[in-house]
Design a binder for this molecule. Structure first.
Ligand SMILES: C[S@@+](CC[C@H](N)C(=O)[O-])C[C@H]1O[C@@H](n2cnc3c(N)ncnc32)[C@H](O)[C@@H]1O
Length: 280
C-alpha cells in the first residue's frame, strides 16, 4: 500500500509574518492540514481551496483531542493522501509533542519531515521588548514547563540555575513556580514578566517580581496562553518595548471585507515597513 508523507510543521506563535517560507510552501501543497489552538489563523490564506482542514482542538477545553486519537488520525490521513501537514503552534519540538508524533509515524512506517517554527518562548518575550539573552544581563536561558503532568503527581517544577528562565504552560501554576524559584535561591525582587498571546494584536504583558507575580497575575486576570520570563533581562522592557505601542490594527480596517484573502495581514499590527498592510 502506498503511503503519503506527513510534515510536522511549526506555525510560529501567531503573527502570520512569523510563518516560515517552508511552512507556507507546504501549506500551499497540503491535501490535509491538522491544526490546533495555538497555530493562529494566518495559515488559512495559503491553503488550497480543496484542502481538508481538521481542527484538533483547544488544550484544557472540551474540544481537546487526545494524543492517541491525533496519532491515529495522522496515520489514517497519510494512508489516503500524498501530503499531510500537521501544523503546531510555535516550534513542534519545543513542548509541542512533535517528537511523540514523529516516533509514532516512524513505528508505523510513515515517512515524515520536520519543519521547525519560531517558538513562543523566545518570540513572545521579543515582542514584549525582552531579549532572553544579553551580554550585560544574561548569558544562559532555559525553557521549562511550568505545569506538572497529570500522570506524574510528584514531579516538581524546575528552577534551573540559568540567568533567564522561560516557563511555558506555567501561568496557572505560578505559586508553585515561585516556590521553586525561591527554594533554588532566586532573590524575591528578581523581575518577572508574563506575556499573554505574544505576537498577536491582543498581546498583553505584565511585569512584577518573584515575590508579587502570582498575586499580580490573578489581579490582572492573566490566563493561558502565556509565557513567564524570569531574570534581569526583564528590566530591558522598560527601554525596548515596541510592539504594544504599534497602532491598533483594528482601527485601520475598512468595514465589511473581513472574509477576503488578505486575512493574515489583518491579524497583524501594521508596522512601518508593511506600510499599513493591516488596512488592506
Ligand atoms: C503546548 S505548549 C506549545 C509551545 C510551542 N510549541 C512553542 O514552541 O511555542 C503551549 C504553551 O506555549 C506558550 N504559548 C504558545 N503560544 C503563545 C503565545 N502566542 N503567547 C504566549 N505564550 C504562548 C504558552 O505557555 C502555552 O501554554
Amino acid at each position: 500500500m502506498s503511503v503519503g508523507r506527513v510534515f510536522i510543521v511549526g506555525a510560529g506563535p501567531g503573527d502570520p509574518g512569523l510563518l516560515t517560507l517552508r511552512a507556507v510552501e507546504l501549506i500551499r501543497k497540503a491535501d490535509v492540514i491538522l491544526y490546533d489552538y495555538l497555530c493562529g489563523e494566518g495559515f488559512l490564506a495559503y491553503k488550497r481551496e480543496d484542502a481538508e482542514c481538521i481542527y484538533i482542538g483547544k488544550r484544557g477545553h472540551q474540544h481537546y483531542t487526545p494524543q492517541e486519537q491525533i496519532n491515529r488520525l495522522l496515520l489514517e490521513k497519510a494512508r489516503r493522501h500524498r501530503a499531510v501537514v500537521r501544523l503546531k503552534g510555535g516550534d513542534p519540538f519545543v513542548f509541542g509533542r512533535g517528537g511523540e508524533e514523529a516516533e509514532y509515524l516512524r513505528r508505523h512506517g510513515v515517512p515524515f519531515e520536520i519543519v521547525p517554527g519560531v517558538t513562543s518562548s523566545i518570540a513572545a518575550p521579543a515582542y514584549a521588548g525582552i531579549p532572553v539573552t544579553h551580554r550585560d544581563y544574561s548569558s544562559s536561558v532555559s525553557i521549562v514547563t511550568g505545569h506538572r503532568r497529570a500522570d506524574r503527581d510528584s514531579e516538581e517544577v524546575l528552577a534551573p540555575n540559568t540567568d533567564t528562565i522561560v516557563y511555558m504552560m506555567g501561568v496557572t501554576n505560578l505559586p508553585n513556580i515561585v516556590e521553586a524559584l525561591l527554594r533554588s535561591g532566586r532573590r524575591p525582587e528578581t523581575p518577572v514578566a508574563i506575556i499573554r498571546w505574544g505576537t498577536r494584536p491582543q498581546q498583553r504583558t505584565i511585569v512584577g517580581t518573584v515575590e508579587n507575580i502570582a498575586e499580580l497575575a490573578v489581579k490582572e486576570r492573566i490566563n493561558p496562553p502565556s509565557v513567564v520570563v524570569v531574570g534581569e533581562v526583564v528590566r530591558l522592557r522598560e527601554e525596548l518595548s515596541w510592539y504594544e505601542s504599534l497602532p491598533d490594527w483594528k482601527a485601520d480596517l475598512p468595514s465589511g471585507n473581513a472574509g477576503d484573502k488578505t486575512l493574515p495581514f489583518k491579524t497583524r499590527k501594521p508596522s512601518a515597513l508593511s506600510g499599513g498592510e493591516g488596512a488592506e
